[in-house]
Design a protein around this ligand. Structure first.
Ligand SMILES: *Cc1c(COP(=O)(O)O)cnc(C)c1O
Length: 232
C-alpha cells in the first residue's frame, strides 16, 4: 500500500494533468483532503506531506479531531449540516460546502449574527433530481436565490454537487457541466459572483477538474478505504 504522502503526490499529479488538458492552471484548483473516519495521526501524516486543507462531514467528529491538530491548517465542512449543530460548527470551519436549503441558510444567518460571525458557504445543488439526496433543485435555487442573497451574514461563494454514484467516472461529467452552467446563469441573472465550484471525489475528480472545479473533495484516494463507508 502506498503512503499518504505518495497518495497525495499522485492525486496532485492527476489534478495537474486534468487541469493542463482543460487549459487551466493548477492554482485555480484546491484539494480538500476529506478526513472523515480517519484518525488525527493520519491527518498529521498528510500535513507533513504538505497538505493544509482538510474536510470533515460530521460536526461531532470535527469537534474531537480538529483541536488535536495544528491550528494553522484549514478546515471545510462538506456534509449535511444539522440545525442543532450550527453553533458548534461555525468556529471550526472556514467554508461550508453543503448548504442545502433556505431554512438551513436562514438559521446559519441567525446564529452567525448572534455569534458575530460571517460564514462562507456554498449551495448544494441536486441537479439529477434524486429524491433521496440533499440539495436545491436548479429550479428551487433560482426561485430562492433572492432570499439567500438577502442573508446579510452569509457570503455565498459558489455551488457544490454530489452527483449520483455511477460505475464510471465519465457518468459524472454531465452533472458537472450542468452545475457549471447553472452557476453561469445565476451569475448573470442575479448579478453575483460565484467563483467556487466544489465538485469531484475520489472516483471522478479529474473529470471535475476538466469541467471547472475549483475545489475537489478527495478522501479515499489519499487516506485509503474507510472502515465505515459514508458519503455525507
Ligand atoms: C466522504 C466525502 C467525500 C470524499 O469521498 P471519497 O470518495 O472518499 O473521495 C467528498 N465529499 C463529501 C461530501 C463526502 O462526504
Amino acid at each position: 500500500m502506498l503512503s499518504i504522502a505518495e497518495n497525495l503526490e499522485r492525486v496532485r499529479k492527476q489534478i495537474a494533468h486534468a487541469a493542463a488538458k482543460a487549459g487551466r492552471t493548477v492554482d485555480e484548483i484546491e484539494l480538500v483532503a476529506i478526513t472523515k473516519t480517519h484518525p488525527a495521526e493520519k491527518v498529521r501524516e498528510a500535513i507533513e506531506a504538505g497538505q493544509t486543507l482538510f474536510g470533515e462531514s460530521r460536526v461531532q467528529e470535527g469537534r474531537v479531531k480538529i483541536p488535536e491538530l495544528p491550528s494553522n491548517v484549514h478546515w471545510h465542512f462538506v456534509g449535511h449540516l444539522q440545525k442543532n449543530k450550527i453553533r458548534h460548527a461555525l468556529p471550526l470551519f472556514e467554508l461550508f460546502h453543503g448548504v442545502d436549503s433556505l431554512a438551513l441558510a436562514e438559521e446559519m444567518n441567525r446564529i452567525a449574527a448572534d455569534e458575530g460571525m460571517h460564514p462562507r458557504v456554498l449551495l448544494e445543488v441536486n441537479v439529477a433530481g434524486e429524491g433521496s439526496k440533499f440539495g436545491f433543485s436548479p429550479d428551487k435555487l433560482r426561485e430562492q436565490m433572492e432570499g439567500l442573497l438577502a442573508l446579510q451574514r452569509l457570503s455565498i461563494l459558489g455551488l457544490m454537487i454530489i452527483p449520483p454514484l455511477g460505475d464510471k467516472a465519465e457518468a459524472s461529467r454531465k452533472y458537472f457541466v450542468q452545475l457549471r452552467e447553472l452557476r453561469d446563469r445565476l451569475q448573470t441573472e442575479f448579478h453575483v459572483d460565484l467563483p467556487q465550484l466544489s465538485m469531484g471525489m475520489t472516483q471522478d475528480f479529474p473529470i471535475a477538474v476538466e469541467e471547472g472545479a475549483t475545489l475537489v473533495r478527495v478522501g479515499t484516494a489519499i487516506f485509503g478505504e474507510r472502515t465505515r463507508p459514508r458519503r455525507e
